[in-house]
Ligand binder design. Sequence first.
Ligand code: HEC
Length: 136
Amino acid sequence: MKPATLAMAFLFFAAPAHAAPGMQTGKAIENGRTLFAHETFGGNGRTCDACHVNGGIGPGKTPDGKAIPSLGNAAAIFPRFSKRAGRVVTLEDQIRSCIRGGLQGNPPDGEQFVNLVSYVTSLSQGRALDMDGKPD
Ligand code: HEC
């Protein structure tokens, strides 16, 4: 084997399948994680974590005890058809709908929303895109 081929083979096996996000994106994810755990968006006092417990990792639970799926693959299964909405919705639409419905708050725009989307998306890092798929 030529050294260059050998080096490429080495890189192929040694490189992680997905590099960690860079510093700026990492910051957005971290800020989003804080919003997810603490921000009420001017609503009824609930946070995302009130239902999507443990930062959305693992199964969640609504205040009245109904089980809800984990957000572990949420970013990989949108856009998808929502029976309730009667149309195809994006991850962003779903997050806004949880802020309006679950938190009874006002969805932010700009950086705050980007951070929240970045955090939720980070939970699906490495998952294959599976539009219209089932939640974990
Ligand atoms: C009062 C409970 C409640 C709160 C608070 C809540 N959600 Fe949800 N969320 C749900 C329920 C229930 C679902 C299941 C789908 C549905 O019925 O709309 C869901 C679904 C989701 C999904 C789609 C999961 C999937 O794979 O289908 C995402 C993403 C999501 N929520 C994000 C958030 C974020 C971000 C927040 C905070 C801004 C939040 N949710 C706050 C109840 C809540």
